[in-house]
Design a protein around this ligand. Structure first.
Ligand code: G6Q
Length: 538
């Protein structure tokens, strides 16, 4: 099947995208869900290719695997776990069984506790030493950071709670810059760590506690833990009443929907947080039950496979024309590359068709003034995934939003249409160029066109929409992973560096012997780097 699909991509290369537009292509190559539109017509995928990709998804067992995920089967096989972030947004009341037990009572209980705590923080019932909480600092990294940071920023117009700040990097500059403007007496610190062992997070949490202890007699009272490791949180000094836990079937990068989302709930309130969950739940239902051709996550996945596996484009750009989605590319980098950046299939063999692509991006219009040059005229094709809100949250600046929208639509149009040499020559001629110089100048102004893009269009970025968008991408990643035959839910690739870092941290403390002992046993390059760092100390 893959061979046929790759041959179709080869034929499509010679044919281009513009030529495909005839009667009803835009409509036929679009998926709709709850007022959201995913337009993938500006790609080289035709009817035949789509049918083949849909058949591939079926043949790779996507429907069965999807059902297995939603019903709590241990599909994270390398870790022997179920994959049930969807349970955190299952507001339907339906049970979900794992090992014969319904997990939903536990999920509901935690959600209720989160609402009660967030409510108390927001209303001022929960106080710091100096009175009502004015600022919340979420300390976490990776999956315990990127989701809440992205979502809190995305939903800024809905904030009516304390200000939220995020610290993740072990680089002390991160926490120092965040704490600099805060009053310890009115700050709440959320230590967000599923394992409660992550070096960066625990180091920053200790730094925050010392900072608070300088002004507050009982700093521990202004800490809460978002963690599965209640015992470790208790040993660190955070009582059970302020520990919000979740099960091992929620992967870090899929954890925004539960306790890791507490900063978001404190910022926007329980009602809007529930709307966020409802949006994701609606997307879950759609993914589970919509017919394949109209199934938005599936079509997003097939477009991704078409571009990366079939056409061979190495990267894809995520380009939100929505400033508040400024951290979405970073969030998706983790979601997509940690989930599908693999070389081994579930059965332990090498992946025949490779893993997922490199994902990168920036919000528009900023990117236009930076890297779009390469997207339009570079020698590599970069499929672009535009996201665009039809309406902004600033009615008084509607004219700015019109400019934003016009720019987004213009980019996908320009990518597809390009500009021919003849058109470029005519333009240069009109500017007075002649002869060889006319030719030379014109060549620099040619756009090949036929560069693929998709557009995800929605009304405005509300909590419900954001929930839908994140769930859409989660399911896209899952569908691509299943079709490629890999496990999207482990991340062994992050382990080796962590192990070596803890050994190196000791080496950096200083050698036992003389200069020759720097980094003994390490390779020449690493020893040289260590020696340099030592020479600059103090
Ligand atoms: C995500 C990964 C990883 C994880 C961080 C933080 O899927 O597992 O990014 O979220 O390493 O881990 P803790 O939450 O345990 O501190």
């Amino acid at each position: 099947m893959w061979r046929d699909i790759k041959m179709m991509a080869e034929r499509a290369r010679g044919r281009g995208i513009r030529q495909l537009f005839g009667d009803g292509r835009a409509k036929a190559f679009s998926a709709h869900f709850d007022g959201m539109l995913f337009d993938y017509s500006k790609t080289s995928m035709d009817e035949e290719a789509r049918a083949a990709l849909l058949a591939l998804a079926e043949a790779r067992g996507l429907p069965e695997r999807r059902e297995a995920m939603f019903t709590g089967a241990p599909i994270n096989e390398t870790e022997g776990r179920a994959v049930l972030h969807t349970a955190l947004r299952n507001l339907s009341g339906a049970p979900i069984m794992v090992d014969g037990a319904d997990v939903m009572p536990g999920v509901r209980d935690t959600l209720t506790r989160m609402k009660s705590f967030a409510g108390a923080v927001r209303s001022g019932v929960f106080k710091g030493a100096g009175g009502a909480i004015t600022d919340v600092v979420n300390i976490g990294i990776g999956g315990s950071h990127l989701g809440p940071e992205m979502a809190v920023r995305a939903l800024a117009p809905y904030h009516d709670g304390p200000r939220c700040h995020f610290v993740s990097n072990v680089d002390g500059a991160d926490i120092m810059d965040v704490l600099a403007g805060l009053d310890p007496a009115t700050t709440l610190v959320l230590v967000a760590s599923k394992t409660f062992t992550t070096t960066e997070t625990m180091t920053n949490a200790s730094t925050a506690r010392r900072w608070m202890a300088e002004r507050v007699t009982d700093p521990g009272a202004q800490f809460a833990a978002l963690s599965s490791a209640e015992d470790k949180a208790a040993a660190w000094g955070i009582p059970q009443s302020r520990v919000f836990g979740f099960e091992d079937w929620v992967g870090g990068r899929y954890s925004i929907w539960g306790p890791i989302g507490l900063s978001l709930m404190i910022a926007i309130g329980a009602d809007d947080f529930t709307a966020f969950l409802r949006g994701a739940e609606a997307m879950d239902d759609h993914f589970r039950s919509a017919p394949p051709e109209g199934n938005m996550p599936l079509m997003l996945a097939l477009t991704g496979l078409w571009h990366h596996q079939a056409c061979g484009y190495p990267t894809r750009a995520v380009l939100p024309y929505d400033q508040r989605l400024g951290r979405l590319p970073a969030y998706l980098q983790q979601l997509e590359m940690e989930s599908n950046g693999k070389g081994v299939a579930i059965d332990g063999r090498l992946l025949v068709h490779g893993g997922g692509p490199i994902v990168w991006g920036e919000p528009g219009t900023n990117g236009q003034h930076a890297f779009y040059q390469l997207i339009h005229q570079g020698t590599q094709t970069v499929p672009c995934e535009f996201l665009l809100a039809a309406e902004g949250h600033e009615p008084e600046l509607a004219h700015q939003h019109r400019l934003l929208v016009a720019n987004c639509l213009a980019q996908s149009e320009a990518l597809m249409l390009g500009r021919s040499l003849d058109a470029a020559r005519a333009q240069m001629k009109a500017r007075g160029f002649t002869g060889a110089e006319l030719d030379r100048q014109a060549r620099h102004r040619v756009f090949t066109g036929d560069r693929p893009s998709t557009t995800l269009l929605y009304d405005r970025l509300s909590p419900r929409r954001l929930g839908q968008i994140i769930a859409l991408y989660e399911h896209r990643v899952f569908a691509e992973g299943v079709i490629l035959g890999l496990n999207s839910f482990d991340q062994w690739g992050v382990e080796l560096g962590k192990e070596l870092a803890s050994a190196l941290a000791q080496v950096l403390e200083g050698p036992e012997g003389g200069e020759d002992e720097f980094g003994v046993g390490k390779d020449g390059s690493t020893r040289q780097l260590i020696k340099y760092i030592h020479s600059k100390k103090g």
